[in-house]
Design a binder for this molecule. Sequence first.
Ligand code: SAM
Ligand code: DTB
Ligand code: SF4
Length: 340
Amino acid sequence: MTNDLANGGAEPRNDWTRDEIAALFDLPFDDLMFRAMATHRAHHRAGEVQMCTLLSIKTGGCPEDCGYCSQSASAETEVKAEKLMDVDAVLASAAKAKEAGSQRFCMGAAWRNPKERDMPKIVQMIEGVRGIGMETCMTLGMLSADQARQLADAGLDYYNHNIDTSPENYGNIITTRTFQDRLDTLDEVRKAGINVCCGGIVGMGETREDRVGFIHALATLPRHPESVPVNALVPVKGTVLGDMLAGTPLAGIDEIEFVRTVAVARITMPQSMVRLSAGRESMSDAGQAMAFMAGANSIFTGDKLLTTANAGDNRDAALFARLGVVPLAGEEPKRVMANA
Ligand code: SAM
Ligand code: DTB
Ligand code: SF4
């Protein structure tokens, strides 16, 4: 296996093979953790965790059929379809998040793709949130080249668009779009010069081989995503996967296997921010501590994700104090060059 430690601060690799990634997953847990910690320390300040806050700016009624999602019109959940929020309400929410110590404000819409009539409001939201001094992230579904350009011109720092799982497993989870559709939008985002936030979900009943394929797909993108969210499925009643996996503490994955996934993401994408995303609410403090040790260096703060509950500021503050973890000191967002 190639020695990623010898790589030090050098350029990350994009030529990982599936076998190399499978071999990382197979390592004895302490060896895997040792390598992940060493990689983390070579590229990041250990013990610092970035704080991001989510807001659902357009909730529910989504035409896509993602089997995990409370907001799909095909799911029978308690989430009601709402209109796109007003700009002022979004900015008030961002200001509150900033006051609570959050660095990045991530706005999510339950759309297959944004419509042209929505774009002026979206642009105002980006400009307004940047105006209060926060990094901006949006996740609005598929984008055309022109929409990606409009978002870039408004100053959007990051676009979140997840590949969610391995290419082989994708069709078992979502049928209304393809894995290639996701790659196409990621390409438009890159070409527009917006930083990429791209990850997925584990604990959806996938195999280890699917987790290998998921990390392999991310780590062999032409350029690694600047942010890699690793979500654990939050099982929501009325969704296909929620109903299938309800009642198990961390849905379909145990904490050790979850931490292994974080560690392999850290080793293969050394410069990326790896976000311990959905699912923290049902994780033990020890599980979260291991995930930070494995190289996770970003979280979602606050009581709510998009539609489901999150660990909350009090629990996070208590955990950070016990672990000696501090919020990442604010840094100017790095803008990437188009086609770089
Ligand atoms: N509609 C847009 C899209 O799908 O691209 C943006 C919003 S969507 C809710 C953002 C991401 O949240 C999904 O790609 C998925 O990875 C994650 N997500 C959604 N529901 C989840 C759940 N129940 N548990 C864990 N992650 C979830
Ligand atoms: C991501 O990977 N996780 C966030 C964000 N990107 C948009 C969303 C998590 C959603 C969890 C389920 C919910 O609250 O509806
Ligand atoms: Fe729609 Fe996004 Fe939910 Fe899929 S994950 S149903 S695209 S909101």
